[in-house]
Design a binder for this molecule. Structure first.
Ligand SMILES: Nc1ncnc2c1ncn2[C@@H]1O[C@H](COP(=O)(O)OP(=O)(O)O)[C@@H](O)[C@H]1O
Ligand SMILES: O=C(O)C1=C[C@@H](OP(=O)(O)O)[C@@H](O)[C@H](O)C1
Ligand SMILES: [Mg+2]
Length: 171
């Protein structure tokens, strides 16, 4: 059992899953995503868990998934965007190589603006994003060892910037 090489946090749509897969490939290691772990364990989609059981139950399942992954996954790990809202999950991240992938509000609106599948963002997305970023930014910053901005960068460029920031060499 060993700790993940990299744990990715940041808002939804910032690229944690996409960049995490690229990083695992470049490091010759494996990728794991706590959202996927939760879906596999529960046999239900994330949206279904939110609707049927509520957000507090989802955060508890997410805490269990993070606990298992930080203890047993030696590669690259991506968390869900709201994982850091839970104090217990934040404690589990202490001492790990946590990278905060950031984007500004305009980039978030641009990336998710045309996606009507997110009810949270359906009305006045810019205002919703601003509030979400203001609430979560201090938690992301506190939990992370380094911050990597993704604005105007391709996933490949973001992955390269993460490796640079952590002084990790490709396999
Ligand atoms: N750097 C980027 N620039 C533009 N689009 C991106 C970038 N990174 C990810 N995306 C796109 O944004 C969407 C969400 O990416 P994803 O990796 O699922 O984010 P997260 O896991 O952080 O929610 C995907 O469609 C992905 O292709
Ligand atoms: O920001 C959030 O609260 C959430 C982000 C999602 O993960 P991604 O950040 O990978 O989209 C997923 O965990 C769930 O829908 C809740
Ligand atoms: Mg994801």
């Amino acid at each position: 059992m060993s700790a993940p090489q990299i744990v990715l946090i940041g808002p939804m749509g910032v690229g944690k899953t996409t960049v995490g897969e690229l990083l695992a490939e470049r490091l010759g290691s494996t990728f794991r995503d706590t959202d996927a772990d939760i879906v596999a364990a529960e046999g239900r989609e994330i949206a279904e868990i939110f609707v049927d059981d509520g957000e507090p139950r989802f955060r508890a399942l997410e805490r269990q998934a993070v606990r298992a992954a930080v203890a047993g996954h030696p590669g690259v790990l991506a968390l869900g965007g709201g994982a850091i809202l839970d104090a217990g999950t934040r404690e589990l991240l202490a001492g790990h190589t946590v990278v905060y992938l950031s984007m500004d509000v305009e980039e978030a609106v641009k990336r998710t603006g045309l996606n009507a599948a997110r009810p949270l963002l359906a009305v006045n997305p810019r205002k919703q994003w601003r509030e979400l970023m203001e609430a979560r930014r201090p938690l992301y910053t506190e939990a992370a060892r380094v911050v990597v901005a993704t604005d105007g960068r391709t996933p490949e460029e973001v992955a390269a910037a993460v490796l640079d920031a952590l002084e990790l060499k490709e396999a």
